[in-house]
Design a binder for this molecule. Structure first.
Ligand code: ADP
Ligand SMILES: CCCC(=O)OP(=O)(O)O
Length: 363
């Protein structure tokens, strides 16, 4: 059988998205939603491997897509060591780091594992593209205020790069000439200063910045330390409280923006206060990242699932539209961006980077 198709795999905290592409054309796409109780069974993210693999195989079978027809498999890259952007071959050293969660636990760690697991069965290449560990910081952005704790670049790099390219195309400008503040508003929130195509600073979507649907974001640090040593919570309970059950979930017991809006429509003033506070923190953070670019900004872009919300977008816009024109791209272009990254290598326009050559393994 002629191998023409690329399979793209994007594991998220609540879903696994899969798409089949023939060159630039998306042929089929599917979002497998995972119930909280189905994922809670697994202690570590890597333990979900067999479960998600089975679901992907079942989908391929149901769609009558034989793995004989795949030319390559590309996955969303995870919390690897700090690395430059681009398309990477999935290597054994990368798999080791994904398995242990070298920079932490996140569903995207499964992207490279699933891509390589399936690709090896067919003897075809596997790739990841612009993983969440992309690090293009200026040195000044690494300084936190405590020598032992440097600031980290953990960011929705794939979508941020994809929407920046999209805006450059619309403006008929080079991506490398644009200065943007891009806010990815999803399960986690990244607010990034993109200077001439590079993400030179970002809040760290796992641990800092505005609170998000499931994350606490930046907290008053003294009170956080007290809570850690209060004896009330284990390390794992603290981690879950900050990421997974923080943010909107901590106040409202839901991480679904649509449900919060429904409550607001029904007159729930507490839900309105919390949702408005999330918008307020996002607006404030965007203002802060505008200063990183000294105010020289072509556009501010709002993207991610929460950007479907007119209510939230309006609250944010009224705080920031004095800075620059605000462009809204709801949802994400991640599947297309994964495919484009793989196609550039398949077509010979770019060579796949090798993880071990790009990162400091001893660090
Ligand atoms: N129409 C909508 N209105 C409000 N919130 C929405 C809407 N659509 C999606 N969301 C919210 O967006 C968030 C998920 O965003 P998404 O970009 O899919 O997440 P991730 O970054 O984890 O992939 C969830 O909180 C979801 O409830
Ligand atoms: C760690 C950055 C990536 C991230 O937060 O992704 P989700 O919003 O999909 O959880």
């Amino acid at each position: 059988m002629e191998r023409n198709f690329v399979l793209a795999i994007n594991p998220g905290s609540t879903s696994t998205k899969v798409s089949i592409f023939e060159r630039e054309q998306e042929i089929k796409t599917f979002k497998i939603d995972h119930r909280k109780e189905d994922l809670e069974k697994y202690k570590k993210i890597a333990d979900q491997y067999e479960y998600r693999l089975r679901l992907i195989k079942d989908w391929l079978e149901a769609e009558n897509i034989s793995t004989d027809a795949l030319i390559a498999i590309v996955g969303r890259g995870g919390l690897l060591r700090s690395m430059p952007g681009g398309t990477y071959s999935v290597t054994d050293a990368m798999i080791e780091d994904l398995k242990v969660g070298i920079q932490g636990e996140h569903a995207s760690n499964l992207g490279g594992m699933l891509a390589k697991g399936l690709a090896d069965l067919e003897n075809i290449p596997s790739y990841i593209v612009d993983p969440v560990a992309v690090d293009e910081f200026h040195d000044i952005a690494r300084i936190s205020g405590l020598k032992e704790i440097p600031r980290k670049s953990l960011v929705h790099a794939l979508n941020i790069k994809a929407v920046s390219h999209r805006r450059a195309k619309e403006l008929n400008r080079n991506f490398e000439d644009l200065n943007l503040v891009v806010a990815h508003l999803g399960g986690g929130i990244s607010i990034a200063a993109v200077e001439k195509g590079k993400i030179i600073d970002v809040n760290n979507a796992k641990e800092m910045g505005p609170f998000s649907p499931d994350r606490a974001g930046t907290l008053p640090v003294g009170d956080l330390v007290k809570l850690c040593y209060s004896g009330k919570y284990t390390l794992n309970e603290m981690k879950t409280m900050l990421q997974g059950e923080g943010g909107l979930f901590s106040y409202l017991d839901t991480m679904d923006g649509r449900e919060v809006e429904e409550r607001i429509k029904n007159g729930d003033n507490y839900a309105r206060l919390i949702y408005d506070a999330m918008a307020y923190q996002i607006g404030k953070e965007i203002g802060s990242y505008a200063t990183v670019l000294y105010g020289h900004i072509d556009n501010i872009i709002l993207t991610g699932g929460l950007s479907y919300s007119n209510y939230l977008v309006d609250r944010i816009k009224e705080m920031i539209d004095f800075i620059s024109e605000v462009i809204v791209y709801p949802g994400e272009d991640e599947m297309e961006a994964l495919n484009k990254g793989a196609q550039r290598v398949i077509n010979g326009e770019e060579r796949a980077k090798i993880y071990e050559d790009e990162v400091s393994i001893s660090g």
